[in-house]
Design a protein around this ligand. Structure first.
Ligand SMILES: [Zn+2]
Length: 157
């Protein structure tokens, strides 16, 4: 079967999805590299707390955010602990202002709450696509460019 026969057989849609996925991964990795490479490094827990505080204020987060320089975590992440306390865990080897902005944006955007809701209702069926298509790109774009692309807020009953 020649490549032309393969294209005729399966159509262009899977190829477009594969090319689109490669472009997406390249752009996302590029944004992360830009964020890490050009942003100022954070050297200590007290620096992290100070930067997280000022960046949270700039972003308009109303609740205090606990910031932890965490060498045990496999990746930097944002979380909402039991009781509702917001926190970010930043790995020391990638601790920069941009990574702090990235993780804070996950809190600002309501990503943690929505991912949990989607996971509880649908498992990975919707949580995975939401994470990769909405959550990560919007947090990375905010970290690098300072552009806010939307916010999920909880509906009140
Ligand atoms: Zn993220």
């Amino acid at each position: 079967m020649s490549p032309e026969d393969l294209v005729q057989y399966i159509g262009w849609a899977p190829i477009a999805v594969m090319v689109g996925s490669c472009v997406y991964v390249t752009v996302m990795l590029g944004l992360t590299k830009v964020a890490c490479g050009l942003s100022k490094k954070i050297e200590s827990q007290s620096d992290l707390e100070s930067i997280a505080h000022s960046e949270a204020l700039r972003l308009g987060l109303e609740e205090p955010v606990r910031a932890v320089l965490d060498s045990v975590a496999p990746n930097s992440y944002a979380d909402i602990a039991e009781g509702g306390a917001a926190e970010i865990h930043i790995r020391p080897d990638v601790a920069t202002h941009a990574i702090v902005r990235h993780e804070l944006y996950h809190l600002y955007g309501g990503h943690i709450t929505l991912l949990r809701e989607l996971g509880a209702r649908w498992g990975g069926l919707l949580a995975g696509p939401y994470y990769w298509i909405i959550s990560e790109p919007s947090a990375s774009i905010y970290a690098v460019l300072g552009i806010r692309l939307g916010r999920h807020t909880q509906k009140t009953a």
